[in-house]
Design a protein around this ligand. Structure first.
Ligand code: SF4
Length: 291
């Protein structure tokens, strides 16, 4: 008998990713080829689908050698140096930076430029080292912002100076709160500390919903690319309430042993997980029960 298999209605691309892919497809329809700086989304299957349509993913190193072409900037955003390079090389930018990230970049830039050199606070970003969005944010401060990935890096902050804390949009609210508490405990009494909750609700608002979804099923198949930050966050949230939560990138990674004896299977994913990938996982499950 085929068990109940439900795909979470709220899982899948966020607005930022939908818009970026839409802009890429629009240009591909027109010209059949387009460069994209970095993976358009942290999901190799979706990247492959768009590659087959003509999207060429390039690195920052490769960008330096391009001239007179169109390049799409993905939802994560870029530092000012990328725009400068594009201008120098006569590259036309199709800017798909998510408006939420764009706003955060502006706020950090303002924070950084509003302060005189003598009383500059430290700008601290709670985020993942090397993540494209974080690189774009650090770029707003001429590379001066301090990146704190988790509590183990809290000592990188100079607690005798004023601090302004921001967050990468896809970090967890709990983690951000922990960083705030630790800064409050350690900072010198005469310093000023401001924290700005810049976590995107497209991710944060999914947490409670996903936890509820995970509790209602006896097996959770969480579909996400390994490079996805919010995928890791959301997977761990599901795992915290349902130990029978499995992470897989695509249907090929489905282990039939996971399905044995299950009556109620939930399939969900990250903001970078395409719907079609979750549907393929569902089809593979159905094949297993009907073979
Ligand atoms: S998670 Fe939020 S900030 Fe990031 S791309 Fe999606 S909508 Fe934009």
């Amino acid at each position: 008998m085929i068990p109940n298999i439900e795909i979470d209605s709220q899982s899948g691309f966020c607005h930022g990713v939908v818009t970026a892919i839409g802009k890429a497809e629009e240009e591909l329809d027109r010209s059949g080829a387009l460069y994209c700086l970095g993976d358009i989304v942290h999901n190799s299957d979706e990247v492959e689908r768009l590659r087959n349509r003509g999207l060429i993913t390039i690195t920052h190193e490769q960008l330096k050698d391009l001239k007179n072409v169109k390049v799409l900037l993905r939802a994560h955003g870029e530092p000012p140096s990328t725009y400068k390079l594009a201008e120098e090389n006569n590259i036309e930018i199709i800017d798909a930076t998510c408006p939420v990230v764009l706003m955060l970049q502006k706020r950090i830039k303002q924070s950084y430029s509003n302060n005189s050199t003598t009383s500059k606070p430290q700008i601290v970003i709670y985020g993942k080292h090397g993540h494209a969005e974080v690189n774009g944010l650090v770029g707003q401060t001429d590379g001066e912002a301090i990146v704190v990935q988790d509590l183990s890096e809290i000592e990188k902050i100079d607690f005798s100076r004023d601090i302004e804390l921001y967050s990468q949009t896809t970090k967890s609210l709990e983690g951000f709160q922990e960083i705030i508490e630790q800064i409050k405990l350690r900072k010198s009494p005469d310093t000023v500390f401001h924290s700005y909750d810049t976590i995107c609700r497209q991710v944060a608002n999914r947490v409670n919903h996903l936890k509820d979804f995970a509790m209602r099923h006896d097996l959770i198949l969480f579909v996400s690319g390994i490079k996805s930050s919010n995928g890791r966050v959301l997977f761990n949230q599901c795992l915290s309430v349902n130990p029978d939560t499995k992470l897989l990138s695509n249907a090929d990674e489905l282990n039939p042993e996971w399905l044995e004896g299950k009556n109620n299977i939930g399939i969900c994913g990250a903001t970078s997980t395409p719907r079609w990938l979750m549907e393929r996982v569902k089809d593979k499950c159905i094949n297993y029960y009907t073979k």
